[in-house]
Design a protein around this ligand. Sequence first.
Ligand code: ADP
Ligand code: MG
Length: 488
Amino acid sequence: MEKAQSQDAAVASSDSSALKMSWLRICDRLKSEVGDVEYRMWIQRITLGALEDDEITLYLPERFLRDWVRAQYGQRLQSLWREENPAVQHVELRIDKKAQRAAAIDDLPQVSSDSSSISTIASEDAAALEREEAAVATPTSVSEVRNDLAVPLDRRFTFDNFVVGKPNEFAYACAGRVADHPASPGFNPLFLYGGVGLGKTHLMHAIGLKLIERGNISVAYMSAEKFMYRFIASMQSKSQMEFKEQLRSVDVLMIDDLQFLIGKNSTQEEFFHTFNALVDAGRQIIVSADKSPSDLSGLEDRLRTRLGCGMVADIHATTFELRISILEAKAKASGTPVPPKVLEYLAHKITTNVRELEGALNRLIAHADLVGRPVTLESTQDVLKDMLKAHERRVTIDEIQRKVAEHFNIRLTDMSSARRARAVARPRQIAMYLAKQLTSRSLPEIGRKFGNRDHTTVMHAVNRISELMEQDPGLAESVELLRHMLES
Ligand code: ADP
Ligand code: MG
């Protein structure tokens, strides 16, 4: 009787949602036991696998992570699982490269509750990881250092494939200079910084590829995260000396996304010593980060100071022109014709991140190839519906009123005043029209924002401006210009 009951329990609790709940509770307990930092570093990298018989499988993305977790937390994981769920008797820890993707998503900083921005970061992480994996797996990558320290470089990220425009020309020039004359005075370290997806990693790989092409030079490229893992793994396996020697034997060391080291003091310290040893020996260091050295608060001062001692180059946000050039280049390389209108549309809609721009274009091209129909503006809007929604900028009525008032040189208060002179009334109608077009506010809501006007007044304004735009190209142009400014 008792046996039958416990079997029932085992069956009931082995379905996947029950397992997930168990796992969440175990994670919570571990978090309170080991503390936030360790939790994030190790436990959060675990992904839950399936229960088979009485064995639950947990995955980690890398061997040394798996070994570390097994050594440090293996016993505890097992006893927590047994307590939590009697169906589980054993815990098996396995390696699964793909588990990293899930971990990376969980690992996001809890700064934003805006789900759209979270998924953006997550997909970026995933993209970067995919790239890393692809680079490892495909013959297009090159392994530049004999030891396993570095990540291979991606052959696609060359100087030739990098589209240069105002926002990135300085960084591009600095990168080119370092590739041609590594470790020259004034350029060591080279510190590249800028927002996500603006080409930092691309430029670093381009430098590495160019240097290797010329031969006889050892280049190590890795993310700061990788640097930390390798460092910790070397301590664990008591091979610190080997790790240090490997690092100090390269001619060029590139560390990507240095901001990751914020708050990781012992890794920072190790990096600082490596940095000094290499620079003193006349080797080149290249670092990227999302902020300038002076803005990277949380890095040790002495490291920050040294990072700012060479060349600091900023990659600015893309301009419309640069986005168009990038899209043109990528469309051309793909061989699939993409109408200029579509490129303009994309460049207009996706403004922050080249990676996403590229992703959107690739999706369009893949779709067109698949269904055997050319890319058109309509198919673009359809294929990218979800993606574009996330990019829709939320324009407020206040913003619209301000911009329109500025544009027509009238007072902001006239947006809600009772004045009926054409010079004020027309711009007010344009602002109402734009409010209807660019926001999701209802007509009565818009009316209220314009000095408590009635919704029929707003409707009239919307119709009137639509009509006028057809008759008067000058007015149409003004409205389009305003819309453009408000949306970008
Ligand atoms: P970051 O490291 O700054 O986050 P990446 O270097 O990974 O950004 O760039 C993201 C993607 O956008 C890559 O596929 C890269 O090739 C592409 N990209 C970025 N800037 C350019 C550019 N100026 N020309 C061509 N491709 C670019
Ligand atoms: Mg990068």
